[in-house]
Design a protein around this ligand. Structure first.
Ligand SMILES: [Zn+2]
Length: 163
């Protein structure tokens, strides 16, 4: 399962793997981080230890260490079915199985059930690059918006439409 962001316990914020690497090397002494799922409902679904995510190779320097895989997050524990990484993965595997043609059929079948489906997204354009936002943040806004959709079926359809 692809996990692009994780909640870093030590930093008390959500980071991508590049931010985790920067924060790791900014420490003195350097200490590996504990990561949990970035979906707050998912990570609280297991009150004992949370839903853990491994950070792979974020503590390595390409010039010094042999790196066989680029730094990334990897699933460690089972995630909640409503976790957005789980739903995005489900949307992606539906796309792979059925292709684009059936993607439209899925939307039609949802529409026939009287469910309103968002088929287009407008991503806000950033006019001033120095404003500090970038494409990644726009994408996150989109994910945040989809996460507020009540029905899981509609969310998965929305993730598929957003890709
Ligand atoms: Zn999760």
């Amino acid at each position: 399962m692809r996990i692009e962001k994780a909640f870093c316990v030590e930093l008390d914020r959500i980071v991508d793997i590049e931010q985790a690497r920067e924060a790791y090397f900014a420490q003195n002494p350097q200490k590996r981080f504990t990561f949990l799922c970035s979906d707050e409902q998912c990570r609280s679904s297991n009150p004992g230890i949370g839903v853990r995510v491994s950070g792979v190779n974020y503590d390595k320097l390409p010039a010094v260490d042999e790196i066989f895989k680029t730094p990334h997050f990897r699933q460690l524990d089972v995630h909640s079915p409503s976790c957005y990484w789980v739903e995005i993965q489900e949307a992606e595997s539906l796309d792979r199985e059925h292709g684009d043609h059936d993607h439209h059929d899925l939307i039609r079948s949802l529409t026939e059930k009287g469910v309103s489906v968002i088929t287009r997204f407008s991503v806000p354009k950033v006019s001033d690059p120095s404003a500090g936002t970038n494409g990644l943040m726009d994408e996150n806004d989109e994910v945040d918006r989809i996460r507020r959709i009540q029905s899981r079926e509609q969310r998965i359809a929305a993730y598929r439409g957003n890709r």
